[in-house]
Design a protein around this ligand. Structure first.
Ligand SMILES: [Zn+2]
Ligand SMILES: [Zn+2]
Length: 137
């Protein structure tokens, strides 16, 4: 049986579903993710675009190398994507099952990690971006 995970924004106008296991699961401590989430880091899971369905209209913010989508009513961030990517990132906080069964396999921008946070056991550590070329961090 193929697994499917469901998530939604706070007001329920935007609903996401992701089929199959994610390609990777990560935590990012960069300034962009910090400001975006209002939290010291953003945890997310990545799927191929074709594995994800988003229902409901979103508004977008185009940042450096990234487009972020929000619910226009409640402001929840519902997904983002690198401009040139065929993958989609969904914040772990969006999923209905909390806690999720997803565990980060990597951490980005550890130079920005809060001093009171420890590296996640077994997660690959990247000082900055996972790929070459630094996002505005
Ligand atoms: Zn909403
Ligand atoms: Zn980030």
């Amino acid at each position: 049986m193929r697994i499917e995970r469901f998530g939604r924004c706070n007001c329920g106008r935007v609903v996401v579903s992701a089929r199959g296991e994610p390609v990777r699961v990560g935590v990012c401590h960069c300034l962009n993710c910090r400001r975006q989430s209002g939290s010291p880091f953003l945890a997310y899971a990545v799927w191929p675009l074709a594995a994800v369905t988003v229902e409901g209209e979103t508004i977008t913010w185009q940042g450096p190398l990234i487009v972020r989508h929000f619910c226009p009513v409640c402001g929840s961030m519902v997904w983002d994507s690198d401009s040139a990517s065929d993958e989609i990132e969904i914040p772990l906080g969006l999923f209905d099952d909390a806690p999720t069964d997803l565990r980060p396999d990597h951490e980005c921008w550890t130079v920005r990690r809060e001093k009171w946070l420890k590296p996640i056991d077994g997660a690959r550590q990247y000082l900055r971006d996972r790929t070459s070329g630094d996002r505005a961090g």
